[in-house]
Design a protein around this ligand. Structure first.
Ligand SMILES: *Cc1c(COP(=O)(O)O)cnc(C)c1O
Length: 412
């Protein structure tokens, strides 16, 4: 790998790390190495590669083991992982997966031990919540939820969980944008006798606006399908850490589960990394202008957006751990579910679809789509109402979007 010996900033590192054109006939962009298996230069090299993978021998210095088989590792995953690292403040290692859910389930099944406890903030991404109820709890792990933003509840849950092994925070929570204090959770896990790991689902504000590893989290977890991918055309997941052993444990499990991100997807995703900061900054500026205008519209009961927070504790957390408010805006439309549906029906620029983070604006009704698996009690605990509409603001001109939202609200 071509290494620049002096330190460069993330925007430069992402375009200069991980790939040496001299190793690929001078190609400026990495080739896609579509090969399921890799030829060893000698039987001794094959023996050594397996010895390293099975932990029987350790590699010397910078000397890397030879590639074996693409389920374990392949060149495009290595390139992508090296280029992801500089984007995540505090990270030294990364592992890529074939979806965000693949990353999350691998984190859970790697670090939860027999009889151990998982503590998580609520609301969680719908798929993650479902995973806990359908897979993690039936396997015998104890899962305990605490309301997002409630640091005392998290402390108490840790006290009541002597075998806590993993704490999963999603901040801001989706779709209510409740923020949870990551630095305080990092202190709490270090006080616990079992020292559980702290994982943060950083999909909504990372890697540009929120930096969990820099404030004490052990793992930063992504659905790279969202902002990292940016164009709603691929599924991917990633986990970053500054601890090589944590990432090694994950890649060991990844080799068994077979959920490494494939070469083509790695190649597409690495082409998106240099623009993630540009896209997120534009999307956040658009969203802030739109949110602050919609807050004045008589057809809207409430706009939930970080720059409009009123709760002093939420404002404190926002200012402590986020750089910019991001591009998710949740509005409560006057007139309940009917009005929310009428609003959605009238949109043409913004599309009625789940997912978020892409350059195109997407709008959905969380209660009947992304969060429809929740029980009535979970809805009220999470603060999700039938009049809520979640908007993921893209890179269109903000005036066009605002005009459309205002027209749709006037009609609804
Ligand atoms: C989308 C999403 C996931 C799941 O990721 P996939 O790539 O769809 O598997 C997990 N967490 C959050 C916060 C998400 O938005």
């Amino acid at each position: 790998m071509a290494r620049i010996s002096y330190r460069v900033r993330p925007e430069t590192a992402v375009l200069t790390r991980g790939f040496d054109p001299a190793l690929s006939v001078g190609a400026a962009r990495p080739p896609v190495y579509r090969s399921s298996t890799f030829v060893f230069p000698s039987p001794e090299a094959a023996e050594r590669a397996f010895g390293i993978v099975l932990g029987k021998i350790s590699p010397v210095g910078e000397d890397r083991p030879d590639l074996i088989y693409a389920r374990l590792n392949h060149p495009n995953a290595e390139i992508l992982e090296e280029q992801l690292v500089p984007l995540e403040r505090g990270a030294r290692f990364a592992a890529v997966f074939n979806s965000g859910m693949a990353a999350i389930v691998t984190v859970m099944l790697t670090f939860l031990e027999r009889g151990s406890e998982l503590i998580y903030t609520q609301p969680l991404y719908g798929g993650t919540q479902h995973l806990i109820h359908q897979v993690i709890e039936p396997l015998g792990f104890h899962a305990r939820s605490v309301p997002a933003g409630d640091a005392n509840a998290l402390d108490e849950a840790l006290e009541r969980s002597p075998n806590a092994r993993l704490v999963l925070i999603e901040s801001p929570a989706n779709p209510t944008l409740m923020m949870t204090d990551i630095a305080r959770a990092a202190v709490a896990v270090r006080r616990h006798p079992k020292r559980p790991l702290l994982a943060v689902d950083n999909t909504l504000l990372g890697p540009t606006f929120q930096h969990p590893l820099a404030i004490g989290a052990d793992l930063s977890v992504y659905s790279a399908t969202k902002f990292l991918g940016g164009f709603s055309d691929l599924l991917a997941g990633a986990v970053l850490s500054d601890d090589p052993e944590l990432i090694q444990s994950l890649t060991g499990m990844r080799a068994l589960f077979g959920n490494i991100l494939q070469a083509d997807e790695c190649w597409i995703l690495d082409s998106r990394l240099s623009t993630v900061g540009l896209r997120m900054n534009r999307q956040s500026k658009n969203a802030q202008r739109i949110a602050e205008q919609l807050a004045r519209h008589p057809g809207v009961d409430r706009v939930i957006y970080p720059s409009l927070f009123k709760d002093p504790e939420q404002i404190r957390i926002r200012d402590a751990q986020t750089d910019y408010p991001g591009s998710l805006v949740t509005i409560e439309v006057k007139g309940g579910k009917h009005a929310a549906f009428e609003f959605l029906r009238r949109l043409k620029i913004a599309k009625n679809a789940v997912s978020l983070g892409g350059v195109e604006s997407l709008v959905c009704h969380p209660m009947t789509t992304t969060h429809s698996e929740l029980s009535a009690q979970e809805f009220s605990a999470a603060g999700i109402t039938e009049s809520m509409v979640r908007i993921s603001v893209g890179t269109e001109h903000w005036r066009d979007l605002l005009d459309e939202f205002v027209r749709a609200l006037d009609a609804a």
